[in-house]
Design a protein around this ligand. Structure first.
Ligand code: PHB
Ligand code: FE
Length: 328
């Protein structure tokens, strides 16, 4: 007899607009033509359906990411790498003071199955949650088909480096990755390799700018090279980062092109800490105790450099590592 190991997803029949209502613990998620409604025992919250789906898409595709993924100032998830907290108001000073915040912990596969179910049911054929607003149709209206091609995209995660034989492939017109409208000026030539005798076939290189110019998604760091826990995760950014990311470690940003505005807040209360403008060549180390959201007026290339070591959150929480990698 086959054993069903898939976590159960609790969902109702479709409502009059065609969307199912999902429950997870004491949370319920429902949507209508424009909005998502989230309820928990001490409160309720409304988000625009497009913003919610953009945030949900990233939380799902990134496996809950590093630390906290705030969908907005009220709801989000905390990754405990095996289990995940789903919270409302937990990182919002006003909700905390009014004691209206609510947190529930779930095995990662249980919350992932529910989130995937919501994303699948609520994304209409016209909407690509990863695309820039200019490059997608509408998220709104009654239920109309699905967009599994977009919501089920495979995430690029190089084991060594893009372009290494057997690893992630380069992008081209032939692989279905045309040059983006904002990057038509990016040279497409690949580096020439002149290997020392005996090392032929062992040296690899690729044009990262050409690779990024052909990205069809926004705000989606992908691993293009890995050296132990050191991951280069460049991404192309346009419009607004759909989540407010609460760090559990330091992240380095290298602005490779164009300009991004960052809003930086205290991770736990949401109090404003800094406004940062990053121009090409700028480098920033985002501290481990902040949350941040980026705004990119034109498609920009950003290198996010992560240290994926599982030891880091514990070392920071116990004070053995500082929140900032450099002090001036
Ligand atoms: C971040 O939270 O650091 C982040 C997430 C997605 C991006 C860029 C930065 O595309
Ligand atoms: Fe971040």
């Amino acid at each position: 007899m086959a054993v069903d190991t898939m976590p159960k997803v609790q969902a109702t029949e479709p409502n009059p607009q065609g969307y199912r209502t999902f429950s997870l613990g004491e949370f319920t998620f429902s949507r209508d033509e424009y909005f998502v409604h989230i309820k928990w025992p001490t409160g309720r919250h409304v988000m625009s359906a497009d913003a919610f789906l953009r945030a949900l898409q990233r939380d799902v595709a990134w496996g809950f990411f590093y630390g906290i993924v705030n969908f907005d100032g009220v709801v989000g998830t905390v990754n405990h790498y095996g289990t995940v907290d789903l919270f409302a108001g937990r990182y919002n000073d006003s909700y905390r003071k009014a004691e209206l915040d609510h947190v529930e912990n779930f095995p990662s596969d249980v919350i992932l199955a529910t989130f995937k179910g919501i994303l699948d049911d609520w994304t209409n054929a016209s909407f690509d949650p990863f695309a820039s607003p200019h490059e997608t149709g509408s998220a709104f209206g009654p239920k109309q088909g699905d967009n599994r091609k977009a919501t089920g995209r495979r995430r690029v995660t190089a084991q060594r480096m893009v372009g290494v034989p057997g690893d992630e492939a380069l992008r081209s017109d032939a692989t279905g990755h045309p040059i983006n409208r904002h990057f038509t000026d990016v040279p497409q030539d690949e580096p020439q390799i002149i290997a020392e005798p005996g090392f032929e076939g062992q040296v690899c290189s690729f044009n990262l700018f050409a690779y990024l110019s052909r990205s069809d998604v926004t705000w989606n760091p992908s691993v293009v090279s890995a050296c132990k826990a050191s991951l280069y995760c460049p991404t192309t950014e346009e419009y607004i980062l759909p989540v407010i990311h609460g760090n559990d470690r330091v992240e380095w940003f290298v602005q490779l092109s164009d300009e991004i505005f960052w809003s930086v807040e205290d991770r736990d209360t949401g109090a404003v800490r800094a406004k940062v403008v990053m121009k090409p060549g700028d480098v920033a180390a985002m501290p481990a105790d902040i949350r941040h959201q980026g705004y990119s007026p034109k498609r920009a290339m950003l290198l996010v450099w992560e240290n994926a070591s599982p030891d880091i959150p514990g070392l920071i929480a116990s004070g053995k590592l500082p929140n900032t990698p450099v002090s001036f």
